[in-house]
Design a protein around this ligand. Structure first.
Ligand SMILES: C[S@@+](CC[C@H](N)C(=O)[O-])C[C@H]1O[C@@H](n2cnc3c(N)ncnc32)[C@H](O)[C@@H]1O
Length: 279
């Protein structure tokens, strides 16, 4: 379906006028793909969509949420999680607490991955975990911590790679059963996080574009993975500045595999294998 650049501009303007959200610095390519999908799903065309948006604030909000992409996994990119476990978390073994922010946590799998790592490193009771996202529907799923079994068998492979392989001796597999952390029920088609994990994080709606401060900082570790990839360069830098200002000195920022810090802010971080350490 043809959407055209002007139509995207009109779509973004109507959102700006009719809601508190601002997609004007989201990447054009990503918005184009989402809009094409919206038109197909609603079986409508651009002029009708814009007309509906003009008189319906709830519909505008729904459109904003439809523009966010929820793709995530338990221990997505397992090699990164192995490094976080071995090279970063272990520095906190003797510390009183560790303060963590998941910015753009989607439906929560990243958050539960972190909690499992903290637990296996015996740091769970010292971990303060804040998890935020723009989309309240994703946050609701995150709070429930219940995922489809059939589509997510990859979660279990990732778990084996990160949790069962002993970081000090890759030839030795630790006997950590899945059911320590998850209740897996193929007949119900569910993977459900255990209650002690569900109770731990604080989930909050937070818009990185608005740049409001998150009260629970400053943080030792911020994960903002596969989020700024949907923003243009200008907004990426604004968000990175916000994350920088929430990190402690020596704190670690972990981005997605296709995201990096460019421009003036890059001097303020030291690149390491897991991400970026605040100088
Ligand atoms: C692809 S998911 C990434 C999830 C997870 N971090 C991961 O890497 O597996 C991107 C998330 O960013 C969120 N997001 C998009 N724009 C945002 C904004 N302005 N503020 C906060 N979160 C946003 C989306 O709602 C979505 O949940």
């Amino acid at each position: 379906m043809e959407t055209g650049k002007l139509d995207i501009d009109a779509f973004v303007s109507l959102i700006q006028e009719g809601s508190e959200f601002d997609l004007s610095n989201y990447s054009y390519k990503s918005l184009h793909r989402r809009l094409a999908r919206i038109l197909t799903d609603l079986d409508t065309d651009m002029p009708s969509l814009l007309r509906k948006m003009k008189n319906d604030p709830l519909f505008i909000e729904r459109m904003v949420m439809e523009c966010t992409i929820s793709t995530t996994e338990l221990f997505r990119d397992p090699q990164v999680w192995k490094l976080i476990r071995k090279d970063f978390l272990r520095q906190f073994l003797g510390e009183e607490d560790i303060n963590i922010w998941h910015a753009g946590c989607s439906t929560g799998q990243e958050v539960y991955s972190m909690l499992m790592l903290l637990d296996v490193e015996q740091m769970l009771n010292r971990g303060n975990v804040t998890a935020t996202d723009l989309n309240p529907h994703y946050l609701n799923t995150a709070i429930q911590g219940c995922y489809k079994y059939r589509y997510n068998l990859q979660y279990l492979d990732n778990f084996d790679t990160v949790m069962k392989e002993n970081p000090d001796d890759p030839d030795f597999l630790e006997d950590i059963p899945y059911d320590r952390y998850m209740i897996i029920d193929p007949s119900e088609d569910t993977i459900r996080m255990r209650q002690f994990l569900l109770e731990k994080p604080v989930f909050l709606q937070h818009d990185l574009v608005k740049g409001k401060r998150v009260d629970s900082g400053p943080f030792d570790l911020i994960l903002c993975r596969n989020v700024i990839i949907y923003f243009n360069f200008n907004l990426q830098n604004r968000v990175l500045q916000l994350l920088y200002s929430h990190l402690k000195k020596g704190g670690l920022l972990v981005l997605g595999p296709h995201e990096s810090i460019l421009g003036s802010l890059s001097d303020k971080f030291e690149r390491c294998r897991m991400g970026y350490l605040k100088k």
